[in-house]
Design a protein around this ligand. Structure first.
Ligand SMILES: *Cc1c(COP(=O)(O)O)cnc(C)c1O
Length: 241
């Protein structure tokens, strides 16, 4: 059932977040349009996602392959870019390879190699981001900061996998100073790799910042924020497959 007040909340949330991103971009010496606003749509109602798209959201992020394939026909995705942002099991790569515009969660050589294999099979290239486990947490996927350059170089040699930048999910903490330190470390790594200008490695996108920390992330140089609950409200985990 569509709920009018939920729709209006989505409108208001998007308007507010856009303004906050624009202000944070200016504070970091950049233009508002230098930072992209992704709406993270996992476990959210389709009609609310469609409202966000009607409000001008042109980039969505999905976590789960099956959920996305099940619901994509109910979404008004014309002109909307779709990124996979969740951990990807290698056996799911073939299902998603022609369905999304980017895979932001390349967190192992195995998944990168499987993307390459599926790209070859379908005669396509795939844009990817290298996921960095910036907090060094055992529980998180992603490359250790110390191995990112080496792994990026290896992945760049595959051919059809096109590195466009870095993505990270920082540790869950309310310590804003610590978050800024980690975001700045990401920014430094991003610029260091950018400066080396290696073949088949672009550093155009630094994807960091979620509902609780997008302002700090933009202030520290993020070029893409991935925002779910601050746009749509809390996720309904009973919908998870
Ligand atoms: C779920 C998710 C988000 C969005 O999280 P919110 O806290 O709801 O904004 C962003 N990035 C990734 C990788 C996610 O899995």
């Amino acid at each position: 059932m569509e709920n009018q007040s939920e729709l209006i909340k989505v409108d208001d949330n998007i308007k507010r977040i856009r303004e906050q991103i624009a202000e944070a971009a200016l504070r970091s010496g950049r233009k508002p349009e230098d930072v992209r606003f992704m709406a993270v749509t996992k476990l959210q109602e389709n009609y609310l996602v469609n409202r966000a798209i009607a409000d001008g959201i042109d980039l969505i992020g999905e976590n789960y392959v099956k959920e996305f394939l099940d619901k994509k026909d109910f979404l008004n995705l014309d002109g909307v870019e779709k990124h996979l942002i969740g951990h990807l099991q290698t056996n799911k790569v073939r299902k998603i390879i022609t369905e999304v515009d980017m895979i932001e969660s390349v967190d192992s050589m195995e998944v990168a190699e499987e993307i390459e294999r599926q790209c070859e099979k379908h005669g396509v290239d795939m844009n990817v981001l290298i996921e960095v486990n910036i907090g060094g947490e055992q529980s998180k996927t992603g490359f250790d900061i110390s191995e990112v350059e080496e792994k990026a170089a290896q992945i760049s040699e595959l051919g059809r996998v096109k590195i466009q930048g870095l993505m990270t999910i920082p540790p869950a903490t309310d310590d804003k100073r610590e978050l800024r330190r980690l975001f700045e470390e990401m920014r430094k790594l991003f610029v260091d790799i950018q400066d080396k200008k290696q073949d088949n490695i672009n550093m155009n996108i630094l994807s960091m910042g979620m509902s609780h920390d997008y302002i700090e992330a933009v202030e520290c140089g993020s070029t893409e924020v991935r925002i779910g609950s601050a746009v749509f409200g809390a996720r309904d985990y009973s919908k998870k497959h």
